[in-house]
Design a protein around this ligand. Structure first.
Ligand code: ADP
Length: 529
């Protein structure tokens, strides 16, 4: 399975959504054994552990009731209070996190001997009720990958607050309705996000209550100590441009992606919002967690970096252009006769100057794109003409490799676009097609109109691109590892620039490819009048 890489904020959001979702399900259980089994199964799942054991303190007999989930059943064993890891945790009310159980004096290897189980890592935490009294202990065994980290501790503690709440509701004989219990769980979860620097908002679709932690209140300019109601939070979300969230909860929008929002005020601030949804049955949405991170400083640093690169690369380009013309004059013999050795070195200079110009232009483009300063013209553009002239400028390069370069087009209406930038995209894709095609290969360019848009396709019979790399090659600095990539110069920026150029003009770009058979890059531009 492909590993999902999530940013820290995304991960926290997903964990909180997971917790919230589980806590909503937890309160539906009205029978103790089924609740305990649910708590243990879900704890193991959330922590990615092999198993989880739950202990409840029996004050009367001074014992720990240990529950083990075995398939559909829950087995109970009684242990004297104060013994073993769980006993220690119940007594000291401290978290125990063991990277290697056998190295700890708290662990009794006898248990493993009796059960035939091999304990490696242990995370054990106390469960406290509303009055801060220890009612039991949760113990997760053997993290499937690596060891339990501080994030797992935070997650497990938060989980334990909901678990103990739901257990107390049954053992204490509280007859509260599930929605009152789930509100209580939400309130308890709010305590776990109280002190974190990221803003956290938790909403349940069917509940009136909402959690907005102090960091989120500060970011959104809400009063820290005032109680906020769900309506107020919804209004605020709409105002700052996160109205989509409510549409998602209502089932009107299918997917939520991370979003950057700019808040005006005495000082402009940029926030990054990540979302994690809680799905219910039959596609219904149950709730949502929004995690907000203030990225104003990072954005400012990015702006300064892009500006510096733009200025530096622009300054490089003018002397390079003078050098290019001077070398050309020498090579053409306009400045007097040159010997063969001199010509050889002049050609090396020509190649190096061209490479430097390529680097400077690419960096300039990337910095213009990043700082959103790339200005695109809107002119009537004849794509056939652009394709024809691009093919002509690469004809020599193709002939050197014996590659035939053909174009097929019909009667194509003009599009409104920036001719210079479209030509740049065609050249970059064509250049790659030649680079990654074998000696004697074939590259065919087609232009077709679908009525709504024009599609340009550039097909080669080169090395092809593995399926799992096909989306990534449009990312910045991404190159597929191969001997050809290593042989040629390139920064892995060409296709990412193409994507930006095409998408900024309302088009799409993609690739269809099979390893060993070749690739077809295609882009569209909308037909606008
Ligand atoms: P670069 O300038 O380094 O070539 P690009 O962004 O243009 O970067 O391309 C990224 C990567 O995509 C290349 O390094 C190569 O691995 C792959 N690629 C691009 N075009 C083709 C093609 N026509 N055939 C096979 N692989 C390709």
């Amino acid at each position: 399975m492909e590993e999902k890489t999530l940013s820290l904020t995304q991960r926290m959001g997903e964990d909180l959504a997971n917790l919230l979702g589980v806590s909503v399900n937890m309160v539906q259980r009205t029978e103790l054994a089924s609740l305990l089994k649910f708590i243990m199964d879900e704890a193991a799942r959330i922590l990615d552990a092999e198993r989880c054991t739950l202990y409840l303190v029996d004050e009367g007999t001074k014992e720990l009731r240990s529950f083990i989930a075995q398939r559909a059943e829950v087995k109970e064993i009684r242990l004297p209070l104060g013994k073993g890891i769980a006993g220690h945790v119940a007594k000291t009310v401290e978290v125990v996190n063991l990277e290697d159980a056998y190295q700890s004096p708290l662990f009794d290897p006898k248990t493993d001997k009796e059960t035939g189980y091999k304990t490696r890592t242990v995370l054990c935490i106390p469960m406290k009720d509303k009055n801060n009294r220890v009612i039991g202990v949760l113990q997760a065994l053997n993290k499937k990958k690596g060891t339990f980290n501080t994030h797992d501790e935070w997650l497990f503690k938060s989980y334990a607050t909901c678990a103990s709440n739901s257990i107390s509701a049954i053992t204490g004989g509280e007859k509260a309705a599930p929605d009152a219990k789930s509100r209580e769980n939400l309130e308890r979860l709010s305590l776990t996000v109280e002190n974190i620097p990221d803003g956290v908002i938790m909403l349940l679709r069917e509940e009136d209550c909402v959690v907005v932690n102090p960091a989120a209140r500060w970011m959104l300019g809400l009063e820290i100590n005032k109680i906020v109601d769900k309506k107020g939070v919804e209004e605020c979300l709409k105002e700052i441009g996160l109205g989509n969230v409510l549409k998602w909860l209502g089932g009107e929008v299918e997917k939520l992606s991370s979003q950057e929002i700019t808040l005006q005020g005495p000082k402009e601030r940029v926030l990054k919002a990540d979302f994690a949804g809680i799905n219910g049955d039959a596609g219904l949405k149950k709730g949502l967690v929004i995690v907000l991170r203030d990225i104003t400083k990072e954005k400012e640093m990015d702006r300064i970096k892009s500006e510096f690169i733009a200025i530096a690369s622009h300054e490089f380009l003018s002397p390079l252009t003078s050098m290019k013309s001077a070398v050309a004059l020498f090579l053409q013999g306009m400045l007097g006769p040159t010997t063969d050795t001199q010509k050889r070195f002049l050609n090396i200079m020509k190649d190096s100057v061209e490479y430097l110009s390529y680097l400077a232009t690419t960096l300039l483009d990337i910095s213009l794109i990043e700082s959103k300063k790339m200005r695109l013209k809107e002119e009537k553009v004849d794509l056939s003409e652009i394709v024809r002239s691009s093919i002509e400028s690469l004809r020599y390069q193709a002939e050197k490799k014996g590659i035939s370069l053909l174009s097929k087009d019909g009667n194509i209406p003009p599009v409104l676009a920036d001719p210079h930038r479209v030509r740049q995209a065609v050249l970059a894709i064509l250049d790659n097609a030649l680079k990654f095609s074998p000696q004697g290969g074939e590259v065919v360019v087609s232009i077709e109109s679908t009525g709504k848009e024009i599609e340009v396709g550039i097909k080669d019979n080169g090395i092809g691109i593995p399926l799992k790399e096909q989306e990534k090659i449009f990312e910045k600095f991404y190159q597929v590892e191969s001997s050809i990539t290593r042989e040629h110069y390139g920064l892995g920026l060409g296709l990412s620039i193409c994507k930006d150029i095409i998408e900024a003009q309302g088009g799409r770009i993609w690739v269809e490819s099979k390893v060993g058979e070749g690739s077809r890059f295609a882009f569209t531009l909308p037909l606008r009048t």
